[in-house]
Design a protein around this ligand. Structure first.
Ligand code: PEP
Ligand code: MN
Length: 338
């Protein structure tokens, strides 16, 4: 349910409403808009319907949230959510330009790549330390050593860093080194993991599962939000289809589709969506044109030697060229890259 407060409702009206809701064993989420405050009430629908919410002082209207996801829905919050990662803003007209290698391989290689993407205009550095590999014999990532390298290089280039966390038991460790958690496609429905990052106050980049619907993605975001962490950025990274000339099929319609249903920002990862450097620039431009709040791109200085996802990495020079185009496009659309 959504409780819309009267414009003249006072702070003590609000406190009274929150107290009552908690007494009924329900969970309130306050959202302060420019003109009004609304309170989302989450919990057992039957308990909710039994309470005289409309009779509370200061309440103007009580509305049901029709979508299965509540806190993530546009009904709950009309204005676009802006997520802050370090000094970088994502959403509401600010674009995230996330770039870096698939995996952190060693200090020197990440240093070279970070210097290049920073110079090209990227504002967040990525790099996996825990890698979800299809084969158990493939490079699995450097673990904590990789996290430390990523953190140090992020500091060196004054870039916040994002890295994948695969297991609830790793959350505390990754939290110490990263500015943003990444939940990968394979873990989008690892509900214990979603809950665990939901108990932190760190931004989360939640990637769409390869067979997940947009509704599934938003319900996964709901797991994080409902634990108290409101800082979720969604990521479209392609879904599995019968098409086999690309790694996945980029569902660009997910961008306006999500925006219609949710206030959360959504970015696009054309690297994992296509798996092909020749397609990445055009899909990145298309993503920004479609309203995405940023792009997430893998870059490597020696793709043929990369320990993971080398074939889809852009060279630093290709990334710099793409960034020149994206900056022009952003300007045309009235967006900023912070
Ligand atoms: C990655 O970002 O390196 C990755 C493994 O992505 P995804 O989870 O989208 O496959
Ligand atoms: Mn990768």
């Amino acid at each position: 349910m959504i409780i819309v407060l009267k414009p003249e409702a006072t702070q003590s009206d609000l406190e009274h409403i929150l107290k009552r809701i908690e007494e009924w064993g329900l969970r309130p989420h306050v959202s302060r808009g420019e003109h009004r405050t609304i309170v989302g009430v989450i919990g057992d629908e039957q308990k909710l319907q039994a309470q005289p919410l409309a009779a509370l002082p200061g309440v103007e209207q009580v509305l049901p949230i029709l979508k299965p996801f509540k806190l993530a829905s546009r009904e709950f919050k009309k204005s676009d959510t802006v997520i802050q990662v370090g000094r970088v803003r994502i959403g509401g007209g600010s674009l995230a330009m996330i770039a870096g290698p698939c995996a952190v391989e060693n200090y020197e290689i990440l240093d070279t790549i970070a210097a290049a993407v920073k110079a090209a205009g990227a504002n967040i550095l990525r790099g996996g330390a825990f890698k979800p590999r299809t084969s158990p014999y493939s490079f699995q990532g450097l673990g904590e050593v990789g996290l430390r390298i990523l953190h140090d290089i992020g500091q060196k280039y004054d870039m916040p860093v994002v890295t994948e966390v695969m297991d609830p038991r790793q959350v505390e460790l990754v939290n110490r080194y990263a500015d943003m958690f990444q939940i990968g496609a394979r873990n989008m429905q690892n509900f214990d993991l979603l809950r665990e990052v939901g108990r932190t106050q760190k931004p989360v980049l939640l990637k769409r599962g390869m067979s997940a619907t947009v509704k599934d993605l938003l319900l996964s975001a709901e797991y994080i939000l409902s634990e108290g962490n409101q800082q979720v950025v969604l990521c479209e990274r392609g879904v599995r289809t019968f098409e086999d000339s690309t790694r996945n099929t980029l569902d660009l319609s997910a961008v306006p589709n999500v925006k219609g249903q949710s206030h959360l920002p959504i970015i696009v990862d054309p690297s994992h969506a296509t798996g092909r450097p020749d397609l990445i620039p055009s899909m990145a431009r298309a993503a920004v044109a479609a309203g995405a709040d940023g792009v997430h791109i893998e870059v490597h200085c020696a793709p043929e030697k990369a320990l993971s996802d080398g074939p889809q990495a852009l060279l630093p020079s290709q990334y710099a060229e793409l960034m020149r185009e994206l900056r022009r496009l952003a300007e045309l659309l009235g967006k900023v890259i912070s």
